[in-house]
Design a protein around this ligand. Sequence first.
Ligand SMILES: [Zn+2]
Length: 280
Amino acid sequence: MIEQELTHLVLRSKKIGADQSLVVYGGGNTSAKGRIKDYLGRDRDVLWVKGSGADMQYGEAVDYPALYLEELLALHKSDELDDDTMVDYVTRALVDPSARRPSIETLLHAFLPARHIDHVHADAICALTNHEDGESAVREAFGKGFAYVEWIRPGFHLSKLVSGLKDYEGVILAHHGLIVWDDNSDKCYQKTLDAVATAEKYLATLRKPPQAEFKHNDLSDAQIMELLLTLRGKIGKKQVLRRDSRLRAIADRSDLSTVLDAGAASADHMLRIRPWSIQT
Ligand SMILES: [Zn+2]
């Protein structure tokens, strides 16, 4: 059945989004391919892909706009497409022109032939590649089954490059994340989990960072409340703010300034976290 693929996609994406070690808010994207009847009743192949900035954890079908696959695949023969032109073409391929804007990585999902595709920015994958010798670490952890791609900004060039790697089990994007695929949604999800577990298992064999010797002073709950309210006032709009302490172990390191000098560690850090945390 047609819409079943979309249902599978939404359910799978909720499971992925619920695990913040796979994607943080709005990061990563997933897709499915299937067939619908268009406005004239014709059968058309479509790609459902996560809307730009949508949060997988809470995403519903409306957050996965459908695009005519034929229109997207026609772009594969282009040699070069700048971002603006690519977004323009992709927007024209929307089944519903008023639908949510699809992911900037839409063509990557279109050009790979599999029915289901997961692209996550998993912590373990970034940890494996966020250093000078990422390729060796990937080879040691994964063997030759996964392709390794040096950092390239998401866009047409990356989409086309990845389409040429479809015979691998999956793709590791340095400083960025993981791409796996399967014609079955459950198997696709399992491949994401397995690949991340493989990276975690390898990382667990490495030397652990030294125990933190220095701890920053904690703000009291009252101070945190005041800080959040002040920040909200400065942002100037009604916005729910929350505290996330998962980077605490890094913030407590005695060599924190060295860590900060290294800059943003991944695309998600650049977009959402930046390398700095609040210190007292
Ligand atoms: Zn990405």
